[in-house]
Design a protein around this ligand. Structure first.
Ligand SMILES: *[C@@H]1O[C@H](CO)[C@@H](O)[C@H](O)[C@H]1NC(C)=O
Ligand SMILES: *[C@@H]1O[C@H](CO)[C@@H](O)[C@H](O)[C@H]1NC(C)=O
Ligand SMILES: *[C@@H]1O[C@H](CO)[C@@H](O)[C@H](O)[C@H]1NC(C)=O
Ligand SMILES: *[C@@H]1O[C@H](CO)[C@@H](O)[C@H](O)[C@H]1NC(C)=O
Length: 400
């Protein structure tokens, strides 16, 4: 550059600096450690305000990426709301090594619908950590028949887009462990859920009114559905999930109300059910409803002593019959494939299709289904108002 006039050199340097500073602001990366906001990693003092403040700082920072960091330790938390929209384009909450614990008095979480609620956020991820809601005292209250609060969902995402939940453990939730409600583009991976097989309403992952949701390689042991798929779920893929104990992977309960958005495009692949109450289930209350289920692929499932490996129940009534609606369900179920489902059934009726008389099931296809009782006894199937076809090996013998 020796021969170039000075102003050329200065212009070049200025442009270079401009480019560099732009690049660094667009890749800006800021960490917010909850300890700097006064969190107590011994679990003795409450850390709710510190988490809330760290989130607000990360969310409002601006720039490309901000993270809330939770270092190893135990953190006592009351209900926290992580609210968007954020100025930062991506926000991550990193909790590797940390355990968040709920307060000993179950009424503190129990009076709130969720413990950790992310609302109206986008491009947000939650990584690692153990969430221990310590829900067993609320379960005991519910079991005793006393008047108890409903309980809080441990981790909920509402009205949010582009969400990742990865390598996180939820144990002993009061109600649902994880709930995805009114969200788009959600990726859940490597999640572990643990709660007693008798714990009430502790669904592992609940999805509703959401689209483009992927649930991968997760291990779920709980007292209710491992995964429940509520009204308005579209484009949900579940792959590599182990369930048990639990009530299975369920579409429903549907027909909670008369006007209900349908469930569409669901793929459930490579799953294992061990000692569960159900395997692959679709359930609706016996109530008039314009809801529907359309386009479901249940592919490659292994049943290990599951009670109802394959079940469609349109007269769902888990409680006293007199308290159920006892009408004719009219939720329309169509285009459901069962392929490569094998293993053992704990009950003699391994396949049960109890569909609506008003709106029968159509397009049910079974291909290579092989379910035996332990000890190689043959199983049976039972059909009411169910239409479709069986292809390849199908045992129990199809009643479609
Ligand atoms: C989400 O991330 C994408 C890709 O980086 C970005 O284009 C978009 O603006 C982000 N959305 C929000 C609301 O920040
Ligand atoms: C859970 O709650 C009970 C009271 O219901 C309390 O005795 C116990 O210490 C709590 N456990 C944890 C891990 O906080
Ligand atoms: C579901 O996926 C299909 C195909 O991948 C896509 O065309 C459709 O827009 C998606 N639906 C929603 C509600 O995102
Ligand atoms: C099926 O899922 C299990 C986890 O439950 C995983 O280890 C295995 O690799 C998956 N198999 C295929 C073929 O994807």
């Amino acid at each position: 550059m020796a021969n170039l006039p000075d102003h050329f050199v200065w212009t070049f340097l200025f442009l270079l600096l401009l480019v560099l500073s732009r690049a660094s602001s667009s890749t800006s990366f800021t960490l917010f450690d909850v300890l700097d906001f006064g969190a107590d990693p011994t679990g003795a003092a409450d850390s709710t305000q510190a988490f809330s403040d760290a989130w607000m700082s990360a969310c409002s920072r601006g720039g490309f990426f901000a993270a809330v960091v939770v270092r190893s330790g135990r953190y006592l938390l009351e209900p926290v709301r992580f609210r968007g929209p954020c100025k930062s384009r991506h926000v991550s909450v990193r909790m590797g090594g940390a355990t968040l614990v709920g307060p000993p008095d179950y009424r503190v979480l129990g009076g709130s619908s969720s413990w950790l609620n992310f609302d109206g956020v986008s491009n947000t991820s939650v990584h690692g950590g153990v969430l221990d809601a310590n829900g067993s005292s609320l379960w005991a209250c519910k079991d005793s028949g006393r008047d108890c609060p409903n309980g809080a969902t441990t981790l909920s995402f509402t009205n949010s887009n582009n969400i990742r939940i990865k390598d996180l453990t939820s144990m002993d939730s009061q109600m649902f462990h994880i709930s995805i409600n009114r969200c788009r583009n959600v990726h859940v991976q490597g999640v572990r859920v643990k709660a007693d097989g008798d714990s009430p309403n502790t669904d592992g992952i609940h999805v509703q009114l959401s689209s483009n949701v992927l649930i991968l390689r997760s291990d779920i042991a709980t007292g209710d559905d491992c995964i429940s798929i509520g009204p308005g779920t579209r484009n949900l893929t579940i792959h590599g999930v182990r369930c048990g104990p639990g009530h299975g992977i369920s579409i429903g309960s549907l027909a909670r109300s008369e006007n209900e958005p349908g469930v569409q495009n669901i793929i459930v692949k490579n799953t294992t059910f061990q000692g569960t109450q159900n395997g692959l289930r679709i359930k609706s209350w016996a109530r008039h409803s314009n809801g529907f289920v359309r386009g479901v692929h249940f592919i490659d499932a292994r049943m290990i002593n599951a009670h109802n490996p394959i079940i469609i129940d349109q007269n769902y009534c888990p409680y006293d019959r007199r308290t159920c609606p006892n009408q004719e369900s009219s939720v329309k179920i169509s285009d459901v494939l069962y392929r490569g489902i094998q293993g053992t059934s704990a009950s003699p009726v391994a396949v049960r299709f109890d569909c609506s008389a008003k709106n029968p099931c159509t397009g049910i296809r079974m291909r290579n289904v092989y379910l035996m009782r332990l000890g190689d006894e043959v199983t049976q199937s039972s059909c009411a108002n169910a239409n479709g076809e069986a292809l390849g090996t199908v045992q129990p013998r199809s009643c479609l």
